[in-house]
Design a protein around this ligand. Structure first.
Ligand code: MG
Length: 232
């Protein structure tokens, strides 16, 4: 790709392995709260329920029908409700601990260090995440990503999540980049790819789960981060 000077990365499941880190945190909490013995549910049942509830709430957050507070308040109670467990007393405490502890896990998506090392010096690198401000900084500062990036923008600092153009505008303003010299790399088709291209930014879709979408001709699709080398 020509004339690119700035690359904006999504964070969760693009560079920072949210799926793995969240699952490890949930395993710890599940064990500590002794959910298997108390309620007769195995971890996989719990995780599956959590995954669906969380996904739905994040879809709502992206579509602006669910607020940040609501997402945090509803996530665990609705998970337990889905499992048929009523009046689960320590949902709020579990949410608080999850938010505090998830960023302590530092697993990165395969190829993250290799690709950041390769891009460093050639491009200015940035993060634009739909995550919340405090936890996003904690994730980045807890791992090697901090050594490679110039600016961090979040949906919270922008006041609105991707795919809204204002989220991209906030990141561009913060970095001093020109839209025409910028590229977005992310794993969410709507928030990242539809969002970036509508904003007028070039984009590459990272698709490790081999999703199917109505592809956009100008948007290359890769399933490993190191494949970015073919374009940059
Ligand atoms: Mg993502």
């Amino acid at each position: 790709m020509e004339n690119i000077k700035h690359i904006f990365f999504d964070l969760d499941n693009t560079l920072w392995d949210y799926r793995k880190n969240a699952k490890l945190t949930l395993v710890n909490l599940f064990t500590e709260y002794d959910i298997e013995n108390t309620y007769g549910k195995i971890f996989n049942e719990f995780y599956e329920a959590y995954y669906l509830v969380n996904q739905e709430l994040w879809d709502g957050y992206r579509e602006k029908t669910v607020s940040k507070e609501e997402l945090h308040r509803r996530r665990f109670p609705e998970t337990f409700e889905k499992l048929g467990i009523q009046n689960f007393g320590f949902s709020a405490e579990m949410e608080f601990r999850f938010m505090n502890e998830v960023a302590d896990s530092q697993h990165l998506v395969e190829g993250t260090e290799e690709i950041l090392e390769y891009l460093k010096g050639k491009y200015e690198l940035h993060i634009l995440s739909n995550g919340f401000e405090e936890v996003t900084h904690k994730k980045i500062n807890g791992c090697i990503i901090k050594d490679y990036i110039s600016t961090i923008s979040t949906s919270e600092s922008a006041g609105i999540p991707k795919p809204d153009p204002k989220a991209f505008q906030t990141a561009v303003d913060k970095s001093g980049a020109k839209i025409s010299e910028s590229l977005y790399v992310g794993d969410d088709w709507i928030a990242d790819m539809v969002g970036a291209t509508r904003f007028g930014m070039k984009a590459i879709f990272f698709n490790p789960l081999f999703e199917n979408h109505l592809w956009i001709d100008e948007v290359p699709v890769i399933d490993k981060l190191v494949e970015l080398k073919n374009y940059l």
